[in-house]
Design a protein around this ligand. Structure first.
Ligand SMILES: *Cc1c(COP(=O)(O)O)cnc(C)c1O
Length: 367
C-alpha cells in the first residue's frame, strides 16, 4: 500500500538531528517557555515576514485565542459576524462559536476552493467584524483583494495558515497579510512537530502582548492574572524539534512540488479534474486535491490498486451533528465540492515509482 503520508519515513530522514534536539532539551532541565521556544518563535516570525510569533499548544488554540484577544482589546463583541468560506475546517468554526461570535458562511471559489472576494462583499452586514480566509491545501487566498475589502469596510482579517506554511503570493508569504494569523504544527502539516502544537503571528504589539499573557493563565507577571487565560504553551521539546523541521522545510516542499508537477502533467483522464490554480510554483501542495463525479468508486478503485487517499473533508462544518442550529443551511456548490473531492498523496518521501503508479492507475480509471 502506498501510504497517504508516511510520517515515520519522513521523520526518519532527520532522526539524528531530532534526537540531538530532544537530548538537548532533556539535558537542559528547562521544559516550558524557555530558550527553545524563544528561538523557534523568532525563526518562524522571520520565515513569515512578520514581527511576532507566539508559540501555542495547537492551531485551534491560535484561532480561539486571537479572537479572544480581540474581544478583550475591545475590537469584537458577542454576536459579531465572521465571514468564512463554507468549506472551512471545523476548527475555524469552533474558534468562532466558542467566542460567542457568529460564522457567516459563503460559497468557496469553484477552482481554488478558497474564499471568493465577490462573495465576501455580498455577505457584509452592519455586524461584520472579521474576515477569516482559510488558505486550503497550500494555496494562498486572493489576499490583496481581501485586504482592500477589509480596509474599505473596517474589518479585521484573521488568516488560517494551518495548511499553507510558506505559501506565497508575489514575495509575501502566508501569515504576512492579515491582522493576525493562525498556524498548526500538527504532525501531518507541511511544518509538523511530533505532538500537537501551533502558533499565532502578528505585527501588532498589543495583540502579541495579550496572546503571550492569554497562553499563560492570563498573566504577564507570574502569579498576577490580568485576564482569564488558558494554558496553551508551545513546549520546549516541540519548539526544538520544529527548529530542525524548519531547516528542511523547503526540501520537503520542493519534493511536494515536483510530485504535483508530475501529476499535473501526467494525469489525463476526463473523469478526473485536476487542481485549477495559477501560480502552481507558489503552491506548497499540503494536499493535492482532485475532483471526480464518481468519487467514492474512484477512491475504492485506488484502494484496490494499493493507493491510500483521504477526503478533506467529507462533510461541511455547518452540516455536522455538533451544530444542529446550522444544519438547515445549504451551499450547493460547496456540497458538490465535498461530494467530489479526493486528496492524492503528495508525501515528500514518495518514490518516483510510487508517483508513476499513482499516475498510471488514475489514467486507467474507467468509472
Ligand atoms: C489542522 C488545521 C487546523 C487545526 O489545527 P490543530 O493544530 O489540529 O488544532 C485549523 N485549520 C485548518 C485549516 C487546519 O488544516
Amino acid at each position: 500500500m502506498i501510504n497517504f503520508l508516511n510520517l515515520k519515513k519522513i521523520n526518519a530522514s532527520y532522526a539524528e538531528e531530532l534526537k540531538a534536539a530532544s537530548a538537548r532539551v532533556i539535558d537542559s532541565g528547562y521544559y516550558i517557555l524557555g530558550p527553545e521556544v524563544r528561538t523557534f518563535e523568532q525563526e518562524f516570525a522571520d520565515f513569515c515576514g512578520v514581527k511576532h510569533c507566539i508559540g501555542l499548544a495547537s492551531g485551534l488554540d491560535a484561532l480561539v485565542l486571537i479572537l479572544r484577544a480581540w474581544k478583550l482589546m475591545g475590537k469584537l463583541q458577542d454576536g459579531d459576524e465572521v465571514i468564512i468560506q463554507a468549506n472551512a475546517y471545523i476548527a475555524c468554526v469552533l474558534a468562532i462559536t466558542e467566542n460567542n461570535l457568529k460564522p457567516v458562511f459563503v460559497e468557496p471559489d469553484e477552482h481554488s476552493y478558497n474564499i471568493d472576494p465577490a462573495k465576501i462583499r455580498e455577505a457584509i452586514t452592519a455586524k461584520t467584524r472579521v474576515i477569516m480566509p482559510v488558505h486550503l491545501y497550500g494555496y494562498l487566498s486572493p489576499m490583496p483583494e481581501i485586504m482592500d475589502i477589509a480596509r474599505e469596510s473596517n474589518l479585521l482579517v484573521l488568516e488560517d495558515c494551518s495548511q499553507s506554511h510558506g505559501a506565497s503570493l508575489g514575495d509575501k508569504r502566508a501569515g504576512f497579510w492579515g491582522d493576525a494569523s493562525a498556524f498548526s504544527f500538527y504532525p501531518s502539516k507541511n511544518l509538523g512537530a511530533l505532538a500537537d502544537s501551533g502558533a499565532a503571528t502578528t505585527n501588532d504589539e498589543e495583540l502579541e502582548t495579550m496572546l503571550r499573557a492569554l497562553r499563560n493563565y492570563g498573566s504577564k507577571e507570574r502569579y498576577y492574572n490580568l485576564y482569564q487565560g488558558v494554558n496553551s504553551r508551545l513546549s520546549e521539546m516541540q519548539a526544538a524539534l520544529l527548529s530542525v523541521k524548519l531547516k528542511y522545510f523547503w526540501q520537503e516542499v520542493d519534493n511536494r512540488r515536483s510530485i504535483a508537477e508530475r501529476y499535473l502533467a501526467g494525469i489525463k483522464n476526463p473523469l478526473i479534474t485536476l487542481p485549477q490554480v495559477d501560480r502552481t510554483e507558489q503552491h506548497t501542495w499540503h494536499l493535492f486535491v482532485v475532483r471526480c463525479q464518481q468519487r467514492d468508486a474512484f477512491k475504492a478503485y485506488l484502494h484496490e490498486n494499493g493507493i491510500e487517499t483521504i477526503i478533506h473533508y467529507p462533510k461541511p462544518p455547518y452540516l455536522q451533528a455538533a451544530y444542529p442550529e446550522m444544519n438547515h443551511l445549504s451551499f450547493p456548490l460547496n456540497e458538490q465540492i465535498h461530494d467530489e473531492i479526493l486528496s492524492l498523496s503528495a508525501d515528500p518521501s514518495l518514490s518516483d515509482a510510487d508517483v508513476q503508479h499513482i499516475i498510471d492507475t488514475c489514467n486507467r480509471f474507467a468509472g
